[in-house]
Design a protein around this ligand. Structure first.
Ligand code: ATP
Length: 274
């Protein structure tokens, strides 16, 4: 349902020059599966998810969602995905019901069908007691529930969660995790990005460890443990990242040597003209 093939994104910045935020990233995710993107700050997770949600265009490679290419068919892709991050907007002056209904209308769902859909969502996410609560009066936990409701109002087959538990207390984070699990049980195809090891171990069917825009390893937690002979997923994460840093440092050294081969040669002559 989601297929990434050598997806690459370069940013050009006049200060830092060209930056490779995603470097030939490939993976696929099936319906009824939670695929975890695990990486530290700056690894490339958000860039990847922004391309999948059609906010950014890839520099090269492709991403296909539910049969549509994100670069050439963004409208069809948007209709089939639900996106939620930890800062998905909630409007102060709308109640929970109004806000979710508003998004349903944006997706063009006919009113009778939309009301039915809202009833189902508000019951499933146990939101009935907050129907009339205004955005400005919502607790963080309420806001998260409304954000999830908003992301699933059009019943998309694909869900994208970008660090949805970041900054939440354990109780609220737990509720979000349970909501994600129940979406998987309904057969949704889910990408879940995080830097929290415990979450991937608990939640994800397969994961990709991403760093410096590259996928360093991917598979089920058990496969990764077996392949890398490391039971502790946190240790495995640090080992892979350290190896990547060492490789990068070696690469930089080799580059410097090829650019300045004679730097150590003290016999270099410098001619000074008057
Ligand atoms: N619009 C942009 N212009 C230039 N560089 C960018 C831009 N967006 C992201 N980057 C760079 O791309 C790299 C990947 O960033 P990204 O936000 O995808 O990482 P992340 O894994 O989501 O990290 P975080 O957890 O901090 O959000 C970083 O080095 C970042 O500085």
């Amino acid at each position: 349902m989601i297929q990434l093939d050598r997806l690459t994104k370069k940013f050009s910045d006049f200060k830092t020059g060209e930056r490779l935020a995603l470097d030939h990233v490939s993976f696929d995710v099936k319906p009824g599966e939670i695929f975890g993107l695990l990486g530290p700050n700056g690894a490339g997770k958000t860039t990847c998810l922004r391309i999948l949600s059609t906010v950014l265009k890839p520099s090269s490679g492709s991403a296909i969602i539910a049969g549509y290419d994100v670069a050439t068919h963004p409208a069809q892709v948007r209709a089939r995905i639900g996106f939620m991050s930890n800062n998905t907007g909630i409007y102060d002056r709308m109640t929970a019901w109004e806000l979710v209904e508003y998004y349903g209308r944006l997706y063009g769902i006919p009113q009778a069908q939309l009301t039915q859909r809202l009833e189902t969502i508000f019951s499933t996410l146990q939101m009935n007691e907050i129907r009339e609560v205004l955005g400005s009066k919502m607790s963080t936990g309420m806001k998260q529930k409304v954000s999830i409701a908003r992301a699933i109002v059009h019943d998309p087959p694909v869900m994208i969660f970008d660090e949805p538990t970041s900054g939440l207390d354990v109780l609220v984070a737990r509720r979000v995790i349970h909501a994600v699990e129940s979406l998987r049980d309904q057969g949704k195809c889910i990408i879940f990005s995080t830097h929290i090891m415990r979450e991937v171990e608990k939640l994800c069917d397969r994961i990709a460890i991403i760093y410096r825009g590259r996928i360093l390893a991917q598979g089920s937690i058990e496969e990764l443990r077996d392949t890398h002979h490391q039971r502790d997923i946190e240790e495995l994460f640090f080992e892979l990242i350290s190896a990547c840093d060492a490789e990068e440092a070696e690469h930089l050294r080799a580059n410097e040597d090829s650019i300045n081969p004679g730097l150590d040669d003290t016999s270099t002559n410098v001619e000074v003209r008057p």
